[in-house]
Design a binder for this molecule. Structure first.
Ligand code: NAD
Length: 486
């Protein structure tokens, strides 16, 4: 298994060139240099992938769950054996620090395969008696061929988060990773072949969203789409897929509040708030980008937070002591810089950061931004309501629980929230009234893969994780048997 200059699709268990024979540039964001090429796939490649999936489907859906699980565990073992190489590849492709890729992204990809391989063995369906007249039982059958489309921020982590439950449940998959970070999905294809995954069970088609992605969404034989990405893309996919009556799971953007009450465990809150603000350069859909602090501790928070942010080591992602690596692309870096400029126009004061830092010679053309903290913004302004998805946070003081809940809920998003308090009552009250699919109390990103994962409002539709994912990737069929004697 290795990185190649020319990435290939995997169709029917074979690594193939795109039908068009056209390739796109793949850029290392830390250096700004093209370092490999991605298949510019189109509807012809998707059509071939669907044919391969159709061929594999009858056997795969009838393969015992235990055997499907064993194949997936082999995939997990092989990723794990090559963890260092995968981490290095993810760091080059995405710009994230090598340490983060090694400690979070790749271990989680391994865990995704292991978790769903195991969970499918315990997944069962319901049965009940209807008085003494009939017995009902529900069969959960695989949907058939499903499409999985993922973003660039946690490339292998999120790609495998979708693929694993889909194939564990007996579906065959046509999957597309982000064209901005394709490399670890390519390595995964090599691993799947080595692990003996039957050809056609997982097909990986690389390329642009507007071409390869669109072809997946519109293909009539792909019956469900699991998508993670931006809200605008999700809206477009929903508009396209809904008239085709496809099942849809949409995991979209966020603008998450981090609510800090004066009675919190200050040190624990501070350490975690640094992580929840700037992990992965703030490019995690769950990052808390609006920090609300109760007034009695506002000045203390501000002083200590800024001192700590200034110590964050921004640098070459390949360096072991780097904490904040490169932004994923030039286009995204420029978008974040535009938001920092907008913040000033909206009345914000930049307390630290806000600039493009100089790194080292190797990274002089890379896309970096200093971690940035802004105060003084109205809670309803664009910078405080639109998703920036970068190392930029705003801090805002509050007086009462009522006020902070109103401000926290004042966006179209509703993905995640963190609440910091030592009061059990206040934690429950606030959690109940926050519009978010995921609420953390006195923690952040503490993930249990059994729990439902997803957002409210414009942050998405449906839930991933645990048995929720299996319910999405199966069709429920109720069988009713009459027990009455004639
Ligand atoms: P994006 O929407 O631009 O792209 C996501 C994927 O969709 C890519 O693979 C892309 O090629 C594909 N795509 C684009 N247009 C398409 C189309 N017309 N049809 C089919 N596929 C298409 O998002 P991005 O910039 O890659 O990712 C960042 C976004 O993802 C942020 O908004 C972030 O909040 C969100 N995100 C959400 C979650 C979550 O779980 N809710 C997790 C991670 C990222």
């Amino acid at each position: 298994m290795k990185r190649e200059k020319y990435i290939k699709n995997m169709i029917g268990g074979v690594l193939t060139d795109p039908a068009s024979n056209q390739y796109l540039d793949n850029i290392n964001p830390a250096t700004g240099e093209v370092y490999s090429f991605i298949p510019d796939s189109d509807k012809n490649d998707v059509a071939s992938a669907v044919k391969a999936a159709q061929k594999a489907l009858p056997d795969w859906m009838n393969t015992p769950a235990d055997l499907r699980g064993k194949i997936m565990e082999r995939v997990a073992d092989l990723i794990n054996q090559n963890l260092a190489y995968f981490a290095e590849s993810e760091s080059i492709d995405n710009g994230k620090s090598i340490e983060l890729a090694r400690s979070v992204d790749i271990p989680r990809a391994v865990q995704n395969f292991r978790f769903f391989a195991s969970a499918i063995r315990s997944f069962s369906s319901e049965a009940h008696m209807m008085e003494n007249r009939a017995v009902n039982y529900t069969v959960r059958q695989p949907i058939g061929i499903v499409g999985c489309i993922s973003p660039w921020n946690l490339p292998l982590y999120l790609f495998t988060w979708k693929i694993s439950p889909a194939i564990a449940a007996g579906n065959c998959v046509v999957a597309k990773p982000s064209e901005i970070t394709p490399m670890t999905a390519f390595l995964l294809s090599q691993i799947c072949i080595e692990a003996g995954m039957p050809p056609g069970v997982l097909n990986i088609v690389h390329g642009l969203g507007s071409k390869a992605g669109e072809a997946i969404v519109t293909h009539p034989d792909i019956k469900a789409i699991s998508f993670t990405g931006g809200t605008a893309t999700g809206k477009h996919i929903a508009a396209t897929a809904a008239p085709m009556f496809k099942k849809l799971s949409l995991e979209l953007g966020g603008k998450n509040p981090n609510i800090i009450f004066a009675d919190c465990d200050f040190d624990k809150m501070m350490t975690t708030s640094i992580r929840s603000s700037f992990s992965n350069q703030g490019q995690i859909c769950l990052c808390g980008s609006r920090i609300f602090i109760e007034k009695p501790i506002y000045e203390r928070f501000k002083k200590e937070f800024i001192e700590k942010v200034r110590l964050i080591k921004v640098g070459d992602p390949a360096s072991e002591n780097t904490q904040l690596g490169a932004i994923v692309s030039k286009q995204h870096r420029d978008k974040i810089i535009d938001y920092i400029k907008l913040a000033k126009k909206e009345g914000g004061k930049i307390l630290c950061g806000g600039h493009i830092p100089e790194i080292n010679k190797r990274c002089e053309k890379g896309y970096f931004i200093e971690p940035t903290v802004i105060e003084g913004l109205p809670y309803s302004c664009r910078v405080n309501t639109e998703e920036i998805f970068g190392p930029v946070v705003s801090i805002t003081p509050f007086d009462t629980e009522e006020e902070v809940i109103r401000m926290a809920n004042a966006t179209d998003y509703g993905l995640a929230c963190s609440i910091w308090t030592e009061s059990l009552t206040r934690a429950h009250h606030t959690a109940a009234r926050i519009q978010a699919g995921i609420v953390w109390v006195n923690c952040w990103m503490l993930r249990d893969l059994r729990t439902p994962f997803g957002g409210m409002k414009n942050s998405g539709m449906g839930r991933e994780g645990g048995f929720e994912a299996f319910r999405f990737f199966t069709e429920a069929k109720n069988v009713c048997i009459n027990l009455e004697k004639s």
